[in-house]
Design a protein around this ligand. Structure first.
Ligand code: UGA
Length: 431
């Protein structure tokens, strides 16, 4: 059954979900509050870089299934489901800031049509938030409308957001209302993956558990890389072998300069904050975060220990490939420190340069391709494993560099091959 839905917020989760649900044939309203952004979205510009998203946006705008608006009055009354996908940024103490979620809940309540409606948080929110949303909506709604809240967390990754939304491992629906569960399952019918129907609190906790578990795996891999660096062992060999144990597996155990982005750093902190409020010992999560910070600090220390000269070429700025997102990117921390120490940095990234300019501005030299970035430099640093770097012409790189020193923060090259090619090469946890 096709539906009309409203999605409030047009960040990664909001916009990708809107495009996917519209693509199934549903009518989707998207509410935003910045006129310039809404104008760009209406013209087919997704604002953020995500493979395939522009095409899907344009297609569904043309089919008039996707409508961007700044008001609740046309959209919410005709929708069976209203999704909240606004930001939940970290506060100074690490807790998720839920101001926008609660403000939006009040606005939704005031505009709901008579009859049954589902309100659902797709933003990552701490346990108890959906219950509070339910209270706010019930307090502010008209007497003749009847609502149920459902938690439906999203598991998409930036860079592969469309594929992850269409083919997730699982669809989670948390609600105490059978009617709400049925409505959500109907909407998600074309999406593959197992279904898990549960209560609100469990659904909320599933999202934090998943992200924190993945962050833990990454920090564990980074911790082992520290051991490898001090003992001469090779971290990739160690983790390949460990990963062959099916109980452990190899995925999300790739060591590097640490995890970044708008999810793991903020979600680990928010889970810690929830734990503290519940008087739970959160030292495991604190260790995950500390190791993540150590990973970038070690990378920096290694550069300072080996470099002779003051000019560095940089490949990759985004927190992972296939995205222009630089929020909490390890590159930002390391580059800031190098700037403070007076280094000249020639940086290149396929799509993230505009975003890094907003943070580091004219303190960096921006170049147009990876070769320009290494011209006459004393060292090269790699922060992101874009495919473009993996098959680069290394002999050309060598000719262009003044000194042949490479710090590879994502282990995209093989140490032996690099040595043979004439480079002094430092990966993560590799001798
Ligand atoms: C993450 C989760 O993977 C998604 O399932 C979740 O929906 C999303 O957060 C969210 O909460 O919205 P995302 O942050 O987009 O997705 O990207 P990931 O692919 O998970 O990578 C996160 C960071 O971990 C990146 O900086 C990446 O370089 C790093 N990473 C990843 C490693 O250092 N090692 C690995 O083995 C894997």
């Amino acid at each position: 059954m096709l539906m009309t839905i409203t999605i409030i917020g047009h960040g990664y989760v909001g916009l990708v979900s809107a495009c996917v649900f519209a693509d199934f044939g549903n009518k989707v309203w998207v509410i935003g509050h910045t006129p310039e952004k809404l104008a760009r979205l209406r013209s087919g510009d997704p604002i953020l870089y995500e493979p395939g998203l522009k095409e899907m946006l344009e297609k569904n705008l043309k089919a008039k299934r996707l409508i961007f608006t700044d008001t609740y009055k046309d959209s919410v009354p005709e929708s069976q489901i209203v999704f909240i996908t606004v930001g939940t940024p970290p506060k100074e103490n690490g807790a998720a800031d839920l101001t926008a979620v609660y403000h939006v809940a009040e606005q939704i309540a005031k505009h709901l049509k008579p009859g049954f409606n589902v309100v659902s948080c797709k933003s990552t929110v701490p346990v108890g938030t959906n219950k509070k949303v339910e209270e706010i909506v019930n307090k502010n709604k008209k007497a003749n409308s009847h609502i149920a809240v459902a938690s439906c967390p999203e598991f998409l990754r930036e860079g592969s957001a469309l594929g992850d939304t269409l083919h997730p491992d699982r669809v989670i629906v948390g609600s105490s209302s059978k009617e709400a569960v049925d409505t959500m399952l109907e909407l998600h019918k074309p999406i593959s993956g197992d279904r898990v129907v549960t209560d609100l609190a469990s659904a909320e906790l599933i999202k934090y558990t998943s992200n924190s578990m993945l962050a833990t795996k990454i920090s564990f891999a980074n911790l082992i890389s520290f051991y490898c660096e001090k003992t001469g062992a090779d971290v990739e060999t160690v983790l390949d072998a460990v990963g062959l144990d099916k109980r452990i597996g190899r995925s999300f155990m790739y060591p590097g300069v640490g995890y970044g982005g708008s999810c793991f750093p903020k979600d680990v902190q928010a889970l810690m904050d929830t734990g503290k409020n519940l008087e739970i010992d959160t030292s495991l999560l604190q260790a995950v975060e500390n190791i993540n910070q150590q990973a970038r600090e070690n990378f920096l220390k290694n550069i300072l220990k080996h470099i002779k000269g003051k000019t560095i070429g940089v490949w990759g700025l985004s927190f992972k490939p296939d995205t222009d997102d630089v929020r909490f990117a390890p590159s930002v921390y390391v580059l800031r420190e190098l700037i403070k120490k007076g280094f000249t940095l020639k940086v290149y990234d396929q799509v993230a340069m505009e975003n890094i300019k907003k943070i580091l501005g004219n303190k960096l030299t921006y170049v147009n391709n990876p070769y320009e970035a290494v011209e006459n430099v004393d060292a090269l640093c790699i922060f992101t494993e874009w495919n473009e770097f993996k098959q680069i012409d290394l002999s050309k790189v060598k000719k262009l560099m003044k000194k042949h020193l490479i710090f590879d923060g994502r282990n995209i090259f093989e140490p032996k091959k690099m040595k043979k090619a004439g480079f002094e090469y430092y990966g993560i946890g590799r001798s």
